[in-house]
Design a protein around this ligand. Structure first.
Ligand code: GUN
Length: 273
């Protein structure tokens, strides 16, 4: 069994991004908007800020009060859209309930949408055109699969979870690479039968779901989940110790998909349109 070392690959990717940024005529500038005081979001935003600094990308974190109105937020995004110095805009999710997330994401210029969440970028990906940006987590997962030369073309891939951030773009990106994709969710029947067909299993559910004898021997397991268990230990969707007995490849938590997501986001933030 081989552990997919996302931490090590993320360092390689960040070094490549840093070298690229040094040779750009214009320094990329990422604007990160954080609304409210969600503890996890603060940590994520701080990690993004630190990664940007490391690779020489300018970043500005704009912290806004939870009570900011939707129209004030939309006005800010429009200002950033027309600010020639700002090359990337990221609105950290989730947003407070009184703000329509879709309206906010839609307001971001697709050429500055480093998350790849705007309808134009999502739509381009869906119809097989090149979006300005691919969503960071699925893109980081593909970098990890490619690094370890895990074949994607023709592979049977099972994705657990259908979020706009991971499950759906992951499926589109794997289809583009000629995988056969099954996307499972809370309404899926006979989940175990589907999981058993996977050459590559990608779990993005946020709870311990992949256990026991569910997977095929020598399959590749990618664990996107990250949360604290009842003992306060960081863990993922997959029972690592058990699965590592039968899996061929497995991504650990922490140290797998998490660092790759950040590196992949920095790769996006280094693109200037
Ligand atoms: N919240 C959780 N994941 C993400 C992400 O990838 N991008 C943004 N903007 N917010 C998130």
């Amino acid at each position: 069994m081989i552990v997919l070392d996302g931490k090590a690959l993320s360092i390689k990717v960040l070094d490549r991004v840093k070298a690229k940024v040094e040779n750009l005529s214009k320094t990329p500038h990422l604007a990160v908007i954080l609304v409210g005081d969600d503890a996890a979001s603060k940590i994520y935003v701080n990690n993004k800020r630190k990664a940007a600094e490391r690779v020489g990308i300018k970043s500005t974190v704009i912290e806004l009060d939870t009570l900011i109105s939707e129209s004030e937020l939309l006005t800010l995004i429009n200002e950033l859209n027309s600010d020639a110095d700002v090359t990337g805009i990221l609105v950290q999710l989730p947003l407070p309930k009184h703000i329509d997330k879709n309206k906010v994401v839609e307001a971001i210029s697709p050429k500055k949408d480093v998350d790849g969440f705007t309808p134009e970028n999502v739509g381009k990906l869906a119809i097989g055109l090149e979006p300005y940006f691919y969503p960071a987590t699925p893109q980081g997962i593909i970098m990890l699969l490619d690094e370890y030369k895990i074949p994607i073309e023709g592979a049977d891939v099972v994705i657990l979870g259908r979020s706009n951030i991971v499950g759906k773009p992951m499926a589109q990106m794997l289809l583009k690479r000629n995988a056969t994709v099954t996307t499972c969710h809370s309404y899926t029947k006979n989940l175990e039968d589907k999981i058993k067909t996977a050459d590559i299993l990608i779990s993005a559910v946020g709870k311990k779901i992949v256990r026991c004898k569910m997977v095929r021997n020598n399959s590749c397991i990618i664990d996107v989940g990250i949360f604290r268990d009842s003992n306060g230990k960081l863990t993922g969707d997959v029972d690592f110790d058990y699965m590592s007995q039968s899996a061929g490849y497995i991504s650990p938590v922490p140290g797998g998909v998490g660092p790759m997501t950040i590196a992949s986001l920095m790769y996006n933030a280094s693109k200037v349109y």
